[in-house]
Design a protein around this ligand. Structure first.
Ligand code: GLU
Length: 488
């Protein structure tokens, strides 16, 4: 492609940054990076009552957390600044003035309550509810009278009665809408702010956007925008509408299917590389069967042709699996750095009081098992707190055995004698203790595990004892011996 590719992500800061928004961001970013183009972040904050600075912050945090970046936009700026629509009102007003002067738009004085009443009436009659164009043909004196009354007014686009509006969608192929089905949509609200349809079209032109990739839920706005582009004599970008993200039952993915906000996944211990890889495959495929792709591989393989037409099913289990893959292949250093905040927020000062090296050894022991970082506090709690109780099942099976106390005493003595407290030394000491007791190693290992961790499952016993350290292990064994004595 010869023309520089310019794409944008244009979120309204009215809610959380969810999976669907992340996917639109990612596809635009991948497309730009693949073609050496420009990725723009534009904040569509024209809905004054629902937009907030806090949401803008969340959007930017989420994009950055995913490891994506924008070339033009808030905090980066660029030749088309400002990148907040609320700071670009004059542009929209000029466009609306032109539409009014050309007769492509007209003032509408209908009050919201009246519109609502008429909507309901149409619904009652089984007519698809839409604006009845009451103000479209107002006479000049009527207009003047309403103006003189100081009636608030919105500006509506005068959609032609007949005709079709169509485009070659990059994902869906030819898409066609009958103009007779389009409402006379609002281009400027009575508060003087533009509607999404207008502001978005004006900015896509002003920012020289070449490709508009956005969710299919916005497709009904596209014919309206095309009318605006045409009326203003502006060139059209290419449009591509991404398939919906579906729940496993193939309904539209929503809150009731579980977490949808990127911040929720972050809090639940998913890592950015896994999220990005997973989200990339929600509607796109590299053309081969690869599931695990690095960012570089995704950029290289990304193409709009690889985006499917049908909905993409969100498979939470696959995401967990993928997160586990990324956790296992992470460098020890990164793993520890990402894990620590999870331990601290769940275990509080307990985790803060341990040496870095100890915390690192603890979490690395679980690197193979954990699917999310949020599982770590529960998996590793016994490294930071002495067990207060012993799992019931284990207690019945091991502590209530004849001679359980002697087993622990023998292990304790064998470990006490060790100078080097590492996996290999611990293993031979425990096995030697079993031999001396003339029992199998299995029960000795299980009983020791229960005594030192309170649990019946966990990482390999010898490794975990080595991490716990000699002093802690001996103390815990002694406590468990006492506990068994008390069982009587
Ligand atoms: N601002 C619109 C929204 O958040 C999206 C604009 C677009 O991508 O065209 O729904």
């Amino acid at each position: 492609m010869s023309k520089e590719i310019r794409v944008r992500m244009a979120p309204a800061p009215t809610g959380r940054f969810h999976i669907g928004t992340a996917r639109t961001t990612l596809y635009n970013w991948l497309f730009a990076r693949h073609h050496g183009g420009t990725f723009i972040l534009r904040i569509e904050d024209t809905d004054q009552s629902r937009s907030s600075q806090e949401n803008v912050r969340q959007i930017m945090d989420a994009i950055r957390w995913l490891g994506l970046d924008w070339d033009e936009g808030p905090e980066v700026d660029g030749p088309h600044a400002p990148y907040f629509q609320s700071q670009r009102l004059q542009l929209y007003r000029d466009a609306v003035d032109r539409l009014l002067a050309q007769g492509d738009a007209y003032p509408c004085y209908c009050a919201p309550v009246e519109l609502e009443e008429r909507r309901r009436e149409m619904q009652r009659q089984g007519i698809p509810p839409r604006y009845d164009r009451r103000c479209r043909d107002l006479s000049q004196p009527d207009r003047e009278r309403l103006e003189a009354e100081g009636r608030p007014r919105a500006i509506r686009f005068a959609v032609p009665d007949e005709g079709t509006t169509s485009w070659d969608d990059l994902v869906r192929g030819r898409v066609e809408f009958q103009d007779s089905e389009l409402d006379d949509f609002v281009v400027m609200k009575s508060d003087g702010f533009p509607s999404y349809i207008l502001a978005c079209a004006v900015d896509d032109t002003e920012m020289a956007i070449t490709h508009v990739l956005r969710g299919e839920d916005l497709i009904s706005g596209t014919p309206r925008q095309i009318h605006v582009f045409r009326a203003l004599g502006l060139p059209l970008p290419r449009f591509g509408h991404l398939p919906m993200i579906l729940a496993p039952d193939r309904s539209k993915l929503s809150k009731r299917h579980g977490a949808t906000g990127i911040d929720e996944y972050r809090a639940r211990g998913f890592v950015p590389d896994a999220m990005v890889n997973f989200i990339a495959l929600l509607g796109w495929s590299s053309g081969d069967d690869r599931e695990i792709l690095s960012r570089g591989e995704m950029i290289e393989a990304f193409s709009i042709e690889g985006i499917g037409k049908s909905g993409a099913v969100f498979d939470a289990e696959k995401l967990e699996w993928m997160n586990g893959v990324y956790l296992r292949q992470m460098s020890a250093e990164e793993y520890v750095a990402r894990a620590r905040p999870f331990l601290e927020s769940a275990l509080g000062s307990v985790a803060e009081t341990f040496e870095d090296d100890y915390v690192a050894r603890v979490v690395l022991l679980e690197q193979e098992r954990a699917k999310t970082l949020a599982e770590l506090p529960e998996l590793t709690e016994f490294f930071f707190r002495d067990p207060e109780e012993y799992e019931d099942k284990g207690e019945r099976r091991w502590f209530r055995q004849e001679g359980a106390g002697e087993v622990l005493a023998a292990v304790r003595e064998a470990l006490q004698a060790l100078d080097r407290f590492d996996d290999a030394a611990i293993e031979s000491a425990v096995r030697a203790a079993a031999e001396k007791l003339d029992t199998k190693a299995g029960p000795v290992i299980h009983t020791t595990r229960l005594a030192t961790t309170g649990r019946t499952k966990g990482p390999g016993l010898f490794e975990l004892l080595a991490v716990l350290g000699k002093e802690r292990v001996l103390q815990r064994l002694e406590r468990a011996e006492q506990y068994i004595r008390d069982l009587g």
